[in-house]
Design a protein around this ligand. Structure first.
Ligand code: ATP
Ligand code: MN
Length: 452
């Protein structure tokens, strides 16, 4: 019977004959037999194989098995007398499927730095840390859909190629065919680009179906080589009709807790590894997030706190200036020491679609900030009043004719509605403790960097 190692270690069918496939992590020889540690990617743990000298290919194959080789083993599962594992597999046959030349295979037994592994995007999932990230990421992705589906949200596949450059001024990748011969000769009849957000299209569906979400790839041609930005990332964007900023914030907080809790309960072995080797205290921090009430303050209060802090910041703090990452992190790491939602930013700092507050100066915006990362969620209540929206669009230099479809949503059956965007890679960073966003996506894309 062919089994995965995670099932084997969970069920421990001692006395049964099973077949496993995987990649050799290490081999150790004694006089009469060899210990081979095999990993098949189903879990962090390896399975210990005992291969003794009686096997036909022992001398010329098994005793030469190198790290990285792929093998198939059939044998009897038995209790292990040794330390470090409950069970081991006594091989009755061990076939070498794909050798890995130890002279050139770059992943050897020792620990490699994450920077070194970044140059080996195609091989790094075979390491403990990057394999664990892939499993946690997959689990979280599944939980995102479960979270929304349990709450009756409808998933919308918003377009990847878009002709609405919502907030992406200068950040949008252009889509061209290479056959354009003159200006104005566009495949779609007008300029098009890769989406920077599915929000505008999600709004159309929220104002028909009530509660919707999108979860898809997003592209930003921003030239920021930071540990929190990618040129291609995945974003989760719920949009809710008949919902104000308070309801929006509640959903964002509930979702963050739900996803962190999911990782704690269904990826505990992998998180333990991160707690040991990536961020000491990770588990405690995540347990805190699930248990804690989050704090909420207004942008104005945040500015006041920062001004009174007596701290020297690199960037200036004054009402009307945007909060920089150093400010965000100071507030949620040092002042409150917990996730923090900042609301009601100056209208001048935020895009045209955010709802103007009664003070005429601020908008119903919210940013959810978390320790170690800063902004993880950005959202708002949307402007549902036609005149105010059209006014802000004109002021922003947007051609109203290009966006007449968006204005129609306010012309016919407009309703208060709200939504946000959660950067999926920032979430995976938050949950795994990875300092650089390039570790939490399989094949990262950033300025000057797109291996594979
Ligand atoms: P930041 O200020 O950090 O650049 P932003 O204000 O541009 O973020 P939004 O446009 O509000 O971000 O996007 C919503 C969410 O998407 C952010 O809160 C963040 O989690 C994520 N995000 C934004 N830009 C990137 C990026 N370049 N790479 C990865 N995630 C991103
Ligand atoms: Mn940005």
């Amino acid at each position: 019977m062919k089994v995965r190692i995670n099932q084997l270690l969970a069920n421990k069918p001692v006395g049964e004959t099973v077949t496993i496939n995987g990649w050799v992590r290490t081999r150790r020889d004694t006089g009469a037999f060899s210990f081979v540690e095999v990993n098949d990617g189903s879990c962090l743990a390896n399975l210990q194989i005992i291969a003794d000298a009686a096997l036909a290919n022992y001398e010329h194959e098994i005793r030469l098995l190198a790290t990285g080789s792929s093998i198939q083993v059939t044998g009897l599962l038995r209790e292990s007398p040794g330390k470090g594992q409950d069970v081991e597999l006594q091989a009755s046959s061990l076939a070498l499927l794909g050798p890995a030349d130890p002279e050139s295979y770059p992943l050897q037994k020792k620990r490699h730095s994450l920077e070194f592994l970044r140059e080996l995007t195609h091989l790094r999932p075979r390491t403990n840390a990057l394999g664990a990230v892939a499993r946690v990421r997959s689990r979280l992705s599944f939980a995102v859909h479960r979270f929304f589906q349990e709450r009756g949200f409808v998933q919308i596949h918003t377009p990847i190629i878009t002709t609405s450059d919502c907030e992406g001024a200068g950040e949008m990748f252009q889509v061209i065919t290479g056959r354009e011969t003159s200006v104005g000769d566009h495949f779609f009849g007008r300029p098009a680009g890769l989406t920077v957000s599915g929000q505008l299209q999600a709004e159309a569906f929220a104002l028909a179906l009530g509660n919707v979400y999108t979860f898809g790839p997003t592209f930003r041609a921003e030239n920021s080589n930071t540990s929190r930005h990618l040129a291609e990332f995945w974003m989760i964007e719920p949009e809710m009709a008949f919902c104000d900023l308070a309801g929006n914030r509640q959903l964002a907080e509930e979702m963050l807790r739900y996803l962190v809790n999911e990782a704690l309960t269904s990826c505990s072995d992998d998180l333990l590894l991160f707690d040991q080797f990536i961020e000491k205290g990770l588990l405690k921090r995540l347990q805190g997030v699930v248990a804690q009430e989050f704090v909420q303050i207004s942008y104005s209060e945040a500015v006041e706190r920062l001004q009174k802090s007596g701290r020297q910041f690199t960037y200036p703090v004054s009402w009307g200036l945007d909060l920089q990452s150093e400010h965000e992190r100071y507030l949620c790491e040092e002042v409150f020491a917990c996730p923090l939602t900042v609301t009601d930013y100056p209208a001048s700092l935020k895009p045209f679609y955010m709802r103007l507050n009664d003070d005429g100066k601020t908008v119903a915006a919210m940013d959810l900030l978390v320790p170690g990362i800063g902004e993880i969620v950005g959202g708002s209540q949307r402007e549902e009043r036609y005149d105010l929206l059209a006014g802000r669009m004109s002021a922003a230099g947007i051609d109203l004719d290009d966006y007449s479809w968006y204005l129609d949503l306010r012309r016919y059956g407009s309703a208060p509605h709200s939504g946000f965007g959660l950067g999926f890679e920032r979430l995976v960073q938050f949950v795994t403790g990875m300092g650089n966003i390039r570790e939490v996506i399989a094949f990262p894309r950033a300025p000057g960097y797109a291996p594979c």
